[in-house]
Design a protein around this ligand. Sequence first.
Ligand code: AP5
Length: 216
Amino acid sequence: MNIILLAPPAAGKGTQSLKIVSKYGLTHISTGDLLRESLKRHDELSDQIREVMNRGALVSDEIILRLIEDVMSSTEHGIIFDGFPRNLNQAKKYEELLTKLGQSIDLVLYLEISKEEAEKRIVGRRTCSNCGKVYNTMIEREKPLHEETCDVCETALTHREDDNVSVFRLRYETYMNETEPLIHFYEEKGLLKRIDASLESEEVFHSIVEVMDSLI
Ligand code: AP5
């Protein structure tokens, strides 16, 4: 099963992806995580990528599509894409790639949330650099048991460079201009399912399970 998670920044794509992976065994690919991994190289290209991410814009389609081709050629199971595609060009190129591989998109989950609600989730976000689990130090139900340490693997939690309100607002604007048109694109293809992402994360997951189980 190939799934796309489509949503504004901080809607809960990463949080829900981990839950989906543990229930359905899909491979989770986050283009944001792949890009953050590439920043560790500290070369000219990573400097360019960091600059783009820190002003809330989209990294070039050429770089993203190269990353996607690499991961797809080495992944046999179904994939859940988190943060890809992010514009119409990426969506069309992804379809072409899937057609070449004899595959298709099964489901696009659109996590609906208001800008105000998403903005509240940004500042307290912490991520485990080892297992990827996402927390929020400012939302009671999403807090780690011990401050700044992962509950699962006890690794120190990290704070993202782009997690502040001013960059969030730029990321949101980019989302509205570039990514939001994909809602209509996938709705017309009959692939889009809307999920209320403003609820508590277990309730959001419950809605996702209902949709996914109806397709299996
Ligand atoms: P990316 O890493 O994809 O960031 P994003 O889209 O802004 O999404 P986030 O990771 O911020 O949020 P999320 O929806 O995963 O929420 P999370 O589960 O963490 O991209 C970063 C940058 O990389 C982009 O700006 C761009 O520059 C570049 N990029 C990436 N992909 C690209 C592409 N395809 N093309 C071009 N450029 C690309 O949750 C957020 C917080 O809320 C957490 O603290 C969590 O604990 C909490 N939370 C989650 N769910 C709930 C809930 N239900 N209730 C309460 N709190 C919750």
